[in-house]
Ligand binder design. Structure first.
Ligand SMILES: Cc1ncc(C[n+]2csc(CCOP(=O)(O)OP(=O)(O)O)c2C)c(N)n1
Ligand SMILES: [Mg+2]
Length: 545
């Protein structure tokens, strides 16, 4: 690209420099002129059916590629991405929200412009609550520096940011000769050295240290460092649900997913009995750690995140998470042998004999487990799709995407679009309940339009299965749709209805062979059938309803 000139083209230039190649969204008159710039730029516009879908897609894109962008019109579009951006904030995903807005000059002439809610800055104030930095690019003197500041915050904190571009500022030149600053503040070297020395000593003095890896290891792309640390120190690695697939789940050092009392008891025992828990990029939340069942003692922990580095009860200031992990992975460790534990994947799983009995949730996940390959990225929606998937074995790494903390339904189908746009070598396996599918399933139209080919399994248990054991009523039923007939509506893709394990096995084999477009498998399940993980979860949640 030529050197940046206008505010709009500088924004595009900086997104491109940070690795963004696709922008998800839907235009409107307040953002059309910026769409025109985008259309003529190296970035590709990916239209979705609804702005919420664009938001989830951009979130998944950011999780895979490191930064995502969504571009919408003022308020009617912007406020529809508020929910997915809230999820991206809660689960640490760096999404840039670009919203059009009325021109600064037209606001003075006519204060009753369409799409306005209350004041001209109402939408920006909403997004202040949902982002780590925001700016209205109204002043050409400061706009380019503001773009730098806001994008830097997204990358530094791995959380969403908000840029509002009034339509009469898109092609206005910013300050000439502006150069993007190098935003990264380095770690304080002495603090870093002291933190690593204390952490290594604590690990060396411990009898049974364990690494618990969480979401920020994904977001900062530090998976290799975690693996190096585990190999050099001979510590086993457990992952949280948000951290799932942080290392390949067939790795000999891998203990399994830790979810407090909800998870496998053996993982829980190793984690909670550890005299030195090395919490990396962790984020102590209820769903992620099993609804307040986690019993983790800070005095016995090493706690490293982008926001805080603590060894036992000592805090270290001005130490970056990635520097700490890199230095710790090089620290001297005493010899120790990996403790003995049953690997979460039983080696003798063997080939599954196709069963003709009605399909159960347990069998569905066993079948999916056998189907996974390193090219598949599993994207799970809220409900048994997510909880059942917790027990899947993800062979590669970063191959599991799910809203495991914010738990907004409707994530998975659009997130599959974002994930595949971010990495065209991957094929998404989207797992979604019938209720969640009714919210955003039509985004498969966008997948068709953009030439994507996700495999979508709709877990049809005729309603909100997650809620039934907590409290049931007709409000947990959903309309009975024929999901597998969606290809007729969309004029593309394949769809099949499966009622038995044998039919599912055949459908998965057909899905593997069919790569031209999406392949939808509607799996008919009993309304009261649930995965073991969901049974454990709802038994606990029911006590609080
Ligand atoms: C946007 C949104 N609305 C409501 C909920 C509350 N909720 C949690 S799980 C659930 C039911 C999900 O139903 P379905 O997608 O069919 O999956 P199932 O529970 O049947 O596996 C609901 C309504 C939510 N998490 N997100
Ligand atoms: Mg359901």
């Amino acid at each position: 690209m030529k050197s940046p000139q206008s505010i709009g083209s500088y924004l595009i230039h900086r997104l491109h420099a940070h690795g963004v190649r696709h922008v998800f969204g839907i235009p409107g008159d307040y953002v059309l002129s910026f769409y025109d710039l985008l259309q003529r730029s190296p970035l590709r516009i990916v239209n979705t059916c609804d702005e919420q879908g664009a938001g989830f897609a951009a979130d998944a894109y950011a999780r895979v590629r490191g930064l995502g962008a969504v571009c919408v019109t003022y308020c009617v579009g912007g406020l529809k991405v508020a929910n997915p951006i809230a999820g991206a904030f809660a689960e640490k995903s760096p999404v840039v929200v670009i919203s059009g807005a009325p021109g600064i000059d037209e606001r003075a002439r006519d204060p009753l412009l369409h799409h306005k809610v209350r004041e001209f800055d109402t939408q920006r104030r909403v997004f202040e609550q949902l982002t780590v930095a925001s700016a209205v690019l109204a002043d050409p003197q400061t706009a380019l520096a503001e773009i730098d500041r806001v994008l830097h915050a997204a990358l530094r904190f791995k959380r969403p940011v908000y840029l509002e571009l009034p339509r009469d500022r898109v092609t206005v030149p910013g300050l000439p000769h502006h150069r993007p600053g190098n935003g990264a503040e380095p770690s304080d070297r002495r603090s870093l050295r002291a933190a690593v020395a204390e952490a290594a000593a604590k690990i060396n003095a411990a009898r049974n240290p364990v690494i618990l890896a969480d979401v920020e290891v994904h977001r900062f792309h530090l998976q290799d460092l975690v693996l190096r640390l585990a190999r050099r120190s001979h510590l086993p690695v457990a992952a949280t649900l948000l951290g799932k697939s942080v290392i390949g789940e067939q790795h000999p050092f891998y203990l399994g997913v830790y979810e407090g009392a909800l998870g496998r008891p053996e993982v829980r025992r190793h984690v909670e009995n550890s005299d030195c828990l090395v919490l990396l990029g962790a984020f102590l939340t209820d769903i992620n750690l099993g609804v307040f069942t986690a019993r983790l003692d800070p005095a016995r922990s090493i706690y490293a995140t982008s926001e805080k580095i603590a060894v036992g009860l000592h805090n270290y200031e001005n130490v970056r998470f990635e520097d700490f992990l890199a230095a710790l992975a090089r620290a001297p460790f005493r010899r120790r042998t990996l403790p003995r534990f049953a690997h979460p994947r039983p080696a003798a799983l063997g080939p599954l004999r196709p069963l003709r009995a009605p399909l159960t949730v347990r069998r569905l996940f066993a079948r999916l487990d056998a189907f996974l390959t390193p090219e598949i990225v599993v994207v799970a929606d809220v409900g048994d799709a997510l909880f059942g998937a917790a027990d899947l074995f993800i062979p590669g790494r970063t191959e599991f995407l799910g809203p495991a903390y914010y738990t907004s339904m409707g994530f998975a189908v659009p997130a599959g679009i974002g994930a595949q746009m971010a990495d065209r070598q991957k094929r998404p396996l989207v797992l979604v309940g019938d209720g969640a599918f009714q919210m955003t399933g039509l985004e498969l139209a966008a997948a068709v339009r953009h030439g994507l080919n996700p495999i979508v399994v709709v877990l049809n248990n005729r309603g909100f299965g997650t809620e039934r054991p907590m409290q049931d009523g007709p409000y947990n039923d959903v309309a009975a749709l024929r999901y597998h007939q969606l290809p007729a509506l969309l004029g593309a893709g394949r769809g099949v209805l499966v009622r038995t394990d044998a039919e599912l096995a055949a459908a998965l084999a057909a899905a593997k062979d069919y790569t031209a477009s999406f392949f939808l498998i509607e799996a008919e399940l009993e309304p009261n059938d649930r995965s073991p993980a969901l049974q454990r979860l709802t038994a606990r949640l029911a006590k609080r309803v």
